[in-house]
Each structure stands twice: as structure tokens, then as C-alpha cells.
Design a protein around this ligand. Structure first.
Ligand SMILES: Nc1nc2c(ncn2[C@@H]2O[C@H](COP(=O)(O)OP(=O)(O)OP(=O)(O)O)[C@@H](O)[C@H]2O)c(=O)[nH]1
Ligand SMILES: [Mg+2]
Length: 317
């Protein structure tokens, strides 16, 4: 579980020291169509990169908590997979995880990409929120790309749906409007003790976050169907006496031809993926990393219940 370095006091003492009476704490689900900018916003709100971000749709596959404190409030942010019309079992599991992320949340933030406010996935989500009588906060995202008059027209139209109690215009990329949203969320959290130690940033194990870093490179450096046919798992993690760590990861693909593409000409592609991932891991873990990547063909990973469990997804949806 990632923590900030060198906590000032033992984490278990934190809420008692603050006095539980004046603290606030709650879950905030970030939902939206694929590519709306949920993971970028999660990272921006937490102030550290936890979730992977790529220009491709359906990057996030399972829920990820990002935890941040603002004054007396602890916000537990839930990054979710994009909601879209699912085709494969993996798609269905991802979409189910997204709706489940919202079910127990104290607040829901719907992110809408201001460049594509009319896209069918967004429309479906808004309809479902309205039909369920669910209240949400609208975050009109990517405002750096759209002229102001157009933003006002989009916000006006969405506000008329009736399920949004607030609208924020933000850019997760530039940070514009993100602090206002954060302040509002902090004030909207119910009173209660903090649920996580003060210095904890996420619920995700480091092994999982490390696998995500490599999967981000698979998404960035490979194209067409390949990223959607690949998964990454950390197989071994060895701390070394000199303070460095050796991490072994497997990139699973579904067909031998895909393995050849991931390896690339004379191993050039896997080398490039490894180099970028290792640099990112060294930044994230703040130490030297020896990264060993292996590519294996596992034709049925996408139908294997064990892989779903490893991903934190429900196989039977
Ligand atoms: N210009 C601009 N781009 C943004 C903004 N927020 C996110 N992006 C870009 O949009 C793309 C998708 O961002 P993500 O954060 O991965 O989106 P997501 O909603 O988590 O996507 P999925 O996990 O696939 O559902 C990336 O290329 C981001 O850099 C923004 O405010 N402005
Ligand atoms: Mg995402």
C-alpha cells in the first residue's frame, strides 16, 4: 500500500490526535465514459500519479482508490473503468465494477468530456442516473479544448436533466477548477473518523501498481487490438541489500503473433517498453529498479476466472 515517505507520526494515532468529532470522511466515485479523464482527475486530486492514463479508451480495468486529506476531511476517491456498451466478458466485468464503484459512494462525480458531450456512452450514463433518481456532481472536463460559450451551452443542457446538484468546469490536465471541486467534495463529506491512515495514498498493493505501470506502456506503445488482448502481472519482487529491487513481470497476450509484436524486431519493442516502465517505476518507488519482462501466450486469459480475481473483477456478471 503506497504511503508518503516518513510519516510525521505513527499513522494509527492520527485520528485520535485530531479528535474524531470534527473529522469528515467519505467515498467519491469518479464515473464517466471511457477516456473522459477520470484517472487524470484522480491523480490531480491526490497530487500524485497512481492511476495510469493513456489517450486510448478503456485504459482503466478495475477500481482504484486514491486517498487525499483536505483540512478535516479525508476523501476516498474511486477511479472506475469507463462505462460503455460492453461486448466481451472483460468489458462486462469492467462496466459492472464501474457501477459498483458508485453504489456505495457518498458522492458521485460524472466526468463529461466537453469535446464530446453528446457521445452515446455519456448519454446512457446520464439517463441511468436520472432513471435511478441518483444525484451527482457534473464535472465538465477538458475545458482547455473548448470555447467558453460552448461550455456554457453544454452545462445548461445537462443541468436541465435534473440530477446534477453542482456543475464544475475543470481541466484535469491543466488543473483548472480542480481545487474548487476538491474543496466542495471535502465540505460535502459526512462527519466521521478517517477510514485510512493519514499517510496512505491508495488501497492498491505496490505489486499491482507496478504491473499497471507496464500496462500503461503496452497501451502507449502498441496499437489496434493488442492492448486490449494484453494483461500484465507482477510475478516476483525481490528487495536487494543495496536498496534496489528486482521486479519480474509477465505480459500475457492471447496469440503467438501478438507475442511476436510485443517482442518487436530483434526484441526492440519489449526493450522500449521495459526502459520506459523501469524509468517510471524508479520515479514512483524512489529507488533503483531492475525490471525483467517476459511475454507469454495465454490464449484464454480473457476467459479465466483466476485472472479476473487477480484484476479485482467479478467474473460472473
Ligand atoms: N486536453 C485535455 N486532455 C485531458 C484532460 N483530462 C484528461 N485528458 C486526456 O484524455 C485522455 C484520457 O485520460 P484518462 O484520464 O486516461 O481518461 P479515463 O476516463 O480514465 O479513461 P478510461 O480509463 O479509458 O475510461 C488522456 O490522453 C489524457 O491526457 C483535460 O482536462 N484536457
Ligand atoms: Mg482511467
Amino acid at each position: 500500500m503506497p504511503r508518503k515517505h516518513k510519516p510525521a507520526q505513527p499513522p494509527e494515532l492520527a485520528p485520535a490526535v485530531r479528535g474524531q468529532d470534527d473529522t469528515r470522511c467519505g467515498y467519491v466515485a469518479l464515473i464517466g465514459a471511457p477516456n473522459a479523464g477520470k484517472s487524470t482527475l484522480l491523480n490531480g486530486l491526490v497530487g500524485q500519479k497512481l492511476a495510469i492514463v493513456t489517450p486510448k479508451v478503456q485504459t482503466t480495468r478495475s477500481r482504484l482508490l486514491g486517498i487525499v486529506i483536505l483540512g478535516p476531511a479525508q476523501l476516498i476517491l474511486v477511479d472506475t473503468p469507463g462505462i460503455f456498451a460492453p461486448r466481451r466478458r472483460l468489458d462486462r466485468a469492467m462496466v459492472a465494477a464501474a457501477w459498483a464503484g458508485m453504489a456505495d459512494a457518498d458522492q458521485t462525480v460524472l466526468l463529461v468530456d466537453a469535446v464530446r458531450p453528446e457521445d452515446p456512452d455519456t448519454r446512457h450514463i446520464v439517463d441511468r442516473l436520472a432513471a435511478g433518481g441518483r444525484r451527482a456532481i457534473l464535472a465538465l472536463n477538458k475545458i482547455d479544448l473548448v470555447p467558453r460559450e460552448r461550455l456554457l451551452a453544454i452545462a445548461d443542457r445537462l443541468f436541465r436533466v435534473g440530477c446534477f446538484e453542482r456543475i464544475f468546469m475543470i481541466s484535469g490536465l491543466t488543473g483548472d477548477g480542480v481545487d474548487d471541486l476538491k474543496q466542495y467534495l471535502a465540505s460535502a463529506m459526512p462527519p466521521g473518523p478517517w477510514l485510512f491512515p493519514e499517510d496512505q495514498l491508495s488501497d492498491a498493493p505496490e505489486r499491482w501498481l507496478a504491473a499497471e505501470v507496464t500496462r500503461e506502456q503496452v497501451f502507449l506503445q502498441l496499437h489496434d487490438e493488442l492492448p486490449y488482448s494484453a494483461s500484465v502481472e507482477t510475478e516476483a519482487w525481490e528487495e536487494r541489500a543495496d536498496g534496489s529491487a528486482r521486479i519480474d513481470q509477465v505480459i500475457y497476450v492471447r496469440r503467438p503473433g501478438q507475442r511476436a509484436i510485443v517482442l518487436g524486431d530483434k526484441g526492440a519493442r519489449i526493450k522500449a517498453i521495459g526502459a520506459r516502465s523501469r524509468a517510471e517505476l524508479e520515479r514512483m518507488l524512489e529507488r533503483r529498479i531492475h525490471l525483467f519482462l517476459f511475454v507469454k501466450v495465454r490464449d484464454n486469459w480473457i476467459e479465466d476466472p483466476e485472472r479476473y480475481a487477480a484484476l479485482g473483477l467479478d467474473y460472473n456478471v
